[in-house]
Design a binder for this molecule. Structure first.
Ligand SMILES: Nc1ncnc2c1ncn2[C@@H]1O[C@H](COP(=O)(O)OP(=O)(O)OP(=O)(O)O)[C@@H](O)[C@H]1O
Ligand SMILES: [Mg+2]
Length: 239
């Protein structure tokens, strides 16, 4: 496969959640294509469906209608077992709260995905720690690290399996401005090696990505050629 291909293809995707007796439609027919190695930011007001969209791309959830293709594979056609396998191999996640395990060292936290996948560590942990500039903090527990360092450990854990896609949901939300900017530089340096999709409320930080996708008030707004549509005005309870 050439390096320049569509790693993510979201086509006419709707997503509804069951709520009491009815359903709430959150995504109303989204089209989005992301090229291999791109760095894309997703912005939009709270509740506009950013995390919902990330969960679909990350194969944590499946669309109500439409298709999500990761590396050409339609995720709706995969069994739970195949999904888990594809997700472990192709996707790394980071979040606002770093979700490190407090009782484990930085090294052990980064090694966890290898343990879950039953893979040997052939230097992958060391190389991921080096990639985020934390080789000298291997034996520190999360409580012995700064917020920025904890997020870098979380990034090392997300990339240790060398995924094609790195999903970052508000990765700088818990960090001060200077530390957040350093995390964005790190994500930018990882893009190219992998595709990076970041949700952020910070327009200045989003400006460092290749393009910005906006989910807002039913408007389609994007800096770039791809289009995405989330129609909040149509949001409501459907039976
Ligand atoms: N599991 C669920 N069941 C029912 N409704 C849900 C569920 N998850 C999300 N929603 C609803 O879907 C809408 C979109 O939620 P989502 O978390 O995707 O928003 P967001 O854009 O990430 O917001 P924020 O910026 O606050 O993180 C919200 O109105 C939320 O209440
Ligand atoms: Mg969210």
């Amino acid at each position: 496969m050439s390096d320049n291909y569509d790693v993510i293809q979201v086509t006419n995707v709707t997503k509804s959640y069951s709520l009491g007796s009815g359903e709430v439609e959150v995504l109303h027919g989204i089209d989005l294509t992301v090229r291999n190695g791109e760095f894309v930011s997703i912005m939009g007001p709270s509740g506009s469906g950013k995390t919902t969209l990330m969960n679909l791309i990350g194969m944590l959830d499946s669309p109500t209608r439409g298709s999500v293709r990761i590396n050409g594979a339609n995720i709706s056609g995969l069994s739970q077992k195949e999904l888990v396998k594809l997700r472990r191999k192709e996707v790394g996640f980071i979040f606002q709260q770093f979700h490190l395990i407090p009782s484990l060292t930085a090294y052990e936290n980064v090694a966890l995905p290898l343990v879950f996948a039953g893979e040997k560590n052939d230097g992958a942990v060391e190389s991921a720690m080096e990639r985020v500039g934390l080789s000298y903090r291997m034996d520190h527990k999360p409580s012995e690290l700064s917020g920025g360092e904890q997020q870098r450990v979380a990034i090392a854990r997300a990339v240790v399996m060398r995924p094609k896609i790195l999903l970052a949901d508000e990765p700088t939300g818990a960090l001060d401005a200077a530390t957040g900017a350093r995390i964005i530089s790190l994500l930018k340096s990882l893009a190219g090696e992998m595709t990076v999709i970041m949700v952020t409320h910070n327009r200045e930080l989003a400006g460092h990505s290749d393009r910005i996708i906006e989910l807002q008030d039913g408007d389609v707004r994007e800096q770039g050629e791809q289009q995405i549509r989330i129609n909040e005005s149509k949001m409501g309870v459907i039976v």
